[in-house]
Design a protein around this ligand. Sequence first.
Ligand code: F6R
Ligand code: MG
Ligand code: MG
Length: 364
Amino acid sequence: MKTTLSVIKADIGSIAGHIKPSKALVESVTGCIDKELGKMVTDFYVGSTGDDVAILFCHQHGEDCQELHKLAWDAFICGTETAKGQGLYGAGQDLLSDAFSGNVKGLGPAVAEMEIDERKAEPFLLFTADKTDPGAYNLPLYLSFADPMHCSGLILSPKISEGFKFVIMDVAHTEEDRIIELNTPEDIYDIAALLRDNERFVVSEIYSRATGAQAVAASTTRLHNIAGTYTGKDDPVLLVRCQGDFPATGEVLSPYSIGHYVAGFMRGSHTGPLMPAKMNCSISYFDGPPVVSAVGFCVHNGKLTEPVDCFDHAYWDYIRDKVSQKACAMREQGFSGPAMLHYSELEYGGIVEKMKNLDKKFSC
Ligand code: F6R
Ligand code: MG
Ligand code: MG
């Protein structure tokens, strides 16, 4: 059976700054989608990560389905009304347009979708990250799909050893999708050469070379590229199918034990380590640290199991301590050097004016 998994996420308001949406907001989004259960959608899940609300839909209408995107948009509008009613911070922040125009891509929300032929058992992971941007998944995806240090299946399983096709997008090219397709293992150095630049090149899809089946769909939207000005960070979503011809669930989770440094953190303008966090987590220290949650499911005939919180385990408590130490180490550096993002990545235009004024005061 063909099933489409669509995850659509937006920041439409949160309590106490950019911390967490209210229960009422999440309930109003859920209520809107629930009306379509058994009609447009076969199943769905709503969760939050930091200040973002993510809706995972299971349906049979393929990718880029206008009605499905409109359902998500309307649910976010409904949630925004609740947010305004409660005086939440940043109500409707990620809805960049006054009206829906056929597809939520380019209108603010982050989207990742894939139409799959359901396997007999169809395990997959939904990743949602806050206070960072789409390039945050580059390193983990590379390590899970191309490096036997994290994916032992590359040594042990004949089908996985055939490698994967990476589809990588140049997100600076906003006129149209500019992509490149590269294969593992032969192209791994080229893949690494692109993926080291998290703000420019982003993994959008990965496919098994043994079967051609899609393993990964990731969001690639960069709001500041779309809007041309500061509109918030592009907190990304990611779907990864696991087991069988794909890396095992634990191999997909393994790279998150690094707590690698990503762009985001306070005011979307700093560098911080990516902390694996529990489902529906809030945000705290220095409006961060950047967090990622991993929610596991099986889908069968378009119906989801209950969600499993993959970072809710004693092992990850140890990692969270380590990541906190990495966050402190970077924060001791304040505004200096790598602690803050490059000029072009800062979320605030104000510094441009400041530099212009200062420029005039230089002696020559
Ligand atoms: C991401 C996020 C931050 C904010 C940034 C700007 O979820 O919340 O990247 O976009 O801190 O915040 P304000 O709007 O308060 O200037
Ligand atoms: Mg936000
Ligand atoms: Mg956010």
